[in-house]
Ligand binder design. Structure first.
Ligand SMILES: *Cc1c(COP(=O)(O)O)cnc(C)c1O
Length: 369
């Protein structure tokens, strides 16, 4: 039997009727694109965050692309972010012709080191783009202050942080806009691709609606500024409405898994995830660190336990981003952790029995080193 790092099949078994009902509602509605389900999800996802606006889009990468465009970012502008992230964060910056500028992450929690941001701000800087990585928030206070001081916008990459909080405030509600992915593995995931942007700004909302719809206003059927088609599908929106009602329970499930790992893996020498002060972690992934990472991975693979690495190659070392001119040693913490981190199975329906098998196998692998 294979134990996967992420799995949804058991969850589908539990929710099958509701999911199929949601699909049937859409298929029977007579409206398959930008209908009541997308509007309803947008309303409910915005309300869940206590903000006025949400625009559903086709995936998380385009959520970042459209949000950058809506915030006025274009060719030659600079966007400050991290290299320890999913490549799409940086792919999106590249897609609007902007230049990603990287700061390093903190050794204790692998999140953006906000202390390095001031030195990275230059005359072309437009946006600060913190990534709330693995399920917890980047320290937003310093970023808000720097943004106000330098006239910059803040775009939060919330693709891994649905429901995460900092000092009680939800991820995505302190920036000028926040981009979400609803890729199936995410804390709130569709049964296919999906994304969304939330904002408090009516103007940003209006721009986003045009940007996802060829550049048209719904009513006028004419294009002022040409754009793409980045619509969220009705069927995924309706499934997401069903899942949004369960989001708190999914997060509780993830936290229970994290607690069991914390107890089961104490004293193994593995460095377990540290929650930064003031943060409530939602554990999108459960990232641990050990200098003998590759041996541990091999031992577990031999027992049918799949682990993965988020992420094995820092973005600034990828050949596709060589043009940025970063070299080895430029981001020492990011480079050091890439060789040592790995992710244990994490999803809300992971059973204690299966999890204990993983814990036992990790303990044995570490003992055998
Ligand atoms: C998943 C992810 C994205 C991209 O989302 P897609 O829906 O896969 O396009 C962007 N940023 C981060 C941090 C992610 O984890």
């Amino acid at each position: 039997m294979t134990i996967r790092v992420w799995d949804y099949v058991e969850e589908y078994g539990e929710e099958r009727k509701e999911i199929l009902d949601a699909v049937d509602r859409v298929f029977s509605s007579g409206r398959l694109v930008l209908g009541e389900s997308v509007l309803g999800f947008e309303r409910e996802f915005a309300a869940w965050h206590g903000v006025d606006h949400c625009v559903g889009v086709d995936n998380g990468t385009n959520a970042i692309v459209l949000a950058l465009r809506a915030l006025g970012v274009g060719p030659g502008d600079e966007v400050i972010t991290v290299s320890n992230t999913a490549a799409p964060t940086v792919v999106a910056i590249n897609a609007v012709g902007a230049v990603p500028v990287f700061v390093d992450v903190r050794d204790e929690d692998f999140l953006m080191d906000t202390g390095q941001v001031a030195a990275a701000i230059g005359p072309r800087t437009k946006v600060l783009l913190p990534v709330h990585l693995y399920g917890q928030c980047v320290d937003m206070g310093p970023l808000r202050r720097l943004a106000a001081e330098h006239g910059l916008a803040v775009l939060e990459d919330c693709a891994q942080a649905h429901g995460a909080r900092q000092h009680g405030t939800l991820a995505g509600t302190t920036g000028d806009a926040a981009a979400f992915s609803f890729y199936p593995t995410k804390v709130l995931g569709a049964y296919g691709d999906g994304g969304g942007v939330i904002t408090r700004s009516a103007e940003t909302d209006r721009r986003l609606r045009r940007l996802r719809f060829y550049g048209m206003d719904d009513v006028y059927y004419t294009v002022e500024t040409p754009a793409h088609n980045s619509r969220l599908d009705e069927v995924h929106a309706e499934i997401l409405r069903h899942k949004l009602a369960r989001l708190d329970a999914y997060i509780e499930g993830r936290r229970a898994v994290a607690r069991r790992y914390e107890e089961g893996l104490a004293g193994t020498g593995l460095r377990l995830p540290a929650t930064a002060p003031g943060n409530d972690h939602v554990y999108y992934v459960y990232v641990v660190r050990h200098p003998c990472r590759d041996e541990i991975l091999k031992a577990l693979a031999a027992r049918g336990i799949e682990l993965n690495i988020s992420y094995p190659w820092p973005v600034h070392t990828m050949t596709g981003f060589a043009y940025l001119g970063y070299g080895e040693g430029d981001l020492p913490v990011t480079e050091a952790i890439a060789g040592e981190i790995f992710s244990l199975p994490m999803y809300p329906s992971l059973s204690p029995r299966v999890q204990d098998e993983v814990i036992g196998a990790v303990r044995e692998a570490v003992d055998a080193l």
